[in-house]
Design a protein around this ligand. Structure first.
Ligand SMILES: Nc1ncnc2c1ncn2[C@@H]1O[C@H](COP(=O)(O)OP(=O)(O)OP(=O)(O)O)[C@@H](O)[C@H]1O
Ligand SMILES: [Mg+2]
Length: 228
């Protein structure tokens, strides 16, 4: 579904140009669960932001289901992003004035679903990540890991075709990390969602069906696991 060819992303700061991505070639098939690894600064977040249509490449081609998503007019890009893609990023992107459940249900309200249905979906999603008893708290009353899980619940409720997660377990203890990874795996297996997840932890890799390693803005290894 995703085809990326010779993707480059340069950052210019003053006289210096950082080649954050320097020629990435990648094909992602539907229903894959991809883990992206690599040293700090190797371009993982940059790649995820471009794949997630949050940022644009300096050069290169990017299509999703044969649609050239790089050259889409801004409005169509935004619409595509809202309707087809989901994110779990480290800065959570939660709305501080809203409770956990409101943060989760807002997207489905925006899509025109009824309030009752949206609330039920939000409730189920929050229970899945172990926050059933904190639905009425606002982000200020939640720890970092709990906020992260609200962001994950939001992605669960939305069931996007492709889910991008940038170190979704970075602030979580082992037990909660496991819970979150199990949920991601279920989304992948049960609902066929494609998942692209950046991680630093070796033990997370067993949840993925494919592991891609970045170094200096390039893919240096790409391993598919045999189906178990
Ligand atoms: N907005 C920016 N302006 C300038 N340089 C940037 C910007 N964002 C990232 N970079 C640089 O691009 C390179 C890749 O950054 P990126 O955030 O993609 O790395 P990463 O692999 O996600 O690292 P980490 O594991 O630390 O999160 C780094 O050298 C970084 O300093
Ligand atoms: Mg990063």
């Amino acid at each position: 579904m995703i085809i990326v060819k010779n993707l480059k992303r340069y950052y210019k700061t003053g006289e210096v140009t950082v080649k954050a991505l320097n020629g990435v070639f990648l094909e992602v098939k539907e229903k894959e669960f991809i883990a992206i690894i690599g040293p700090s600064g190797s371009g993982k977040t940059t790649l995820l932001r471009i794949l997630g249509l949050i940022d644009k490449p300096t050069k290169g081609d990017y299509t999703i289901n044969n649609l050239n998503v790089v050259d889409l007019p801004e409005e169509e890009r935004t619409y595509y992003r809202l309707t087809q893609l989901g994110y779990v990023f480290q800065d959570y992107a939660l709305i501080n004035e809203m409770s956990a459940s409101e943060n989760v249900l807002i997207l489905s309200l925006m899509e025109g679903k009824s309030k009752e249905k949206s609330l039920l979906t939000a409730k189920n999603a929050l229970e899945k990540v172990g926050l059933g008893n904190m639905m009425d708290r606002v982000p200020g009353q939640l720890s970092g890991g709990e906020k992260q899980r609200v962001a994950i619940a939001r992605a669960i409720a939305k069931k996007p075709k492709i889910l991008f997660a940038d170190e979704p377990c970075a602030n979580l203890d082992t037990r909660t990390s496991k819970q979150v990874l199990e949920v991601l795996k279920e989304l992948n297996k049960k609902y066929g969602q494609t998942i692209v997840m950046v991680t630093h932890e070796d033990w997370h890799l067993k949840y993925a069906s494919r592991v891609i390693k970045l170094k200096d803005g390039k893919i240096v290894s790409d391993m598919r696991k045999r189906k178990t």
